[in-house]
Design a protein around this ligand. Sequence first.
Ligand SMILES: *Cc1c(COP(=O)(O)O)cnc(C)c1O
Length: 399
Amino acid sequence: MEIKKILEDSGHYIMNTYNRYPLVFRKGRGMKVWSTDGREFLDFVGGIAVNVLGHCHPKVVVALQKQAQRLLHVSNLYHNEKQIRLAKMLVEHSFADKAFFCNSGAEANEAAIKLARKYAKEQLSGNRFEIITALNSFHGRTIAALTATGQEKLRKGFEPLLPGFRYVEFNDTGSLRKAVNEHTCAVMLEPVQGEGGVKVPSPDYFKKVRELCDEHGLLLILDEVQTGMGRTGKLFAYENFGIKPDIMTLAKGLGGGVAIGAMLATDKVAGAFQPGNHASTFGGNPFACAAGIATLETLLEDGYLIDQCRRMGDYLIAGLTGLKKEYPNLIADVRGMGLLVGMEMTLECSAIVKSCIEHGLLINCASGNVLRFMPSLIVQEKEIDQMLDMLDDVLGGLS
Ligand SMILES: *Cc1c(COP(=O)(O)O)cnc(C)c1O
């Protein structure tokens, strides 16, 4: 089909919830994707931190082919080995004792919010239900996750929202301390704010948050939907801060491109859920879990990819810092952790993203003026160099 016709049909039949670029993709391998009209692109978006192993990683593809021939779905009225195996792997490599599976980040956060409330009702004295989240955060688009999201512009038009949420400045323990009251049951934070423009907290912030939570008997919920699965140079971002949460949510990278979410918790907290309290029809189906197992196994093989993520992240930040020296009027800041990197521009960055597309490069713009880089963890120096050259051309054309 001709591109013009495809885009016309998209406008006719797809609900208008995204501002999409006029690109139609058909095929991807590793760090590259190809559009229907035959153009090749270097992919530094990675499906928004989803494709941790690049496009169509052979280990994931083969695991899915095998699983598709054997069993796709059976319902959680029964057990399936793939779900148990993935839960065991996640538990063995994290603070958690138990896993609950669902299908997306928002759903994982819904599960975390419900579990925190239920735990507080049963285990904490008084009437504690309030959850403190950060301004500029992002936790998803369902009503509870949207209410948790500290961005007025995203919540607007959907009121009345869910009662029981309070917002504080990110990376500011004073503001957090002031917000705690007799109704607080949990604090919910992203280790690094992703959608909010790659905001990295100071090194001791989470230690202080953990102390504050312990002091007041509050649960610490970490939303690792974007930062989890090796993205920040550790399997989970909390490992960078020398703390452990009580609840953690995962999604994006967990299935290496297949839809899956998870909510992990300690035994003490997880015990608040009993049969009938929470459920998901598709959650933990063997197909999605086979993708999760293959992804996690590949990431953990000798820790190679996660170490490489840290090195490539440093290499990328060094390269972007070089560009900042070259274009001091265009670039305000370069920051990040592992391969979640942001470059704050002095101007709105949609024109840059469009120009990059013309040069054969996919990059993302977060929060209006922050170019966000989330390449797959398989990215190599030569691809980062290639990207930097293209970006240099684009910025050169602007200044
Ligand atoms: C993307 C994201 C979500 C929402 O995930 P969905 O799968 O789109 O529901 C939640 N939290 C964070 C930190 C995210 O980056």
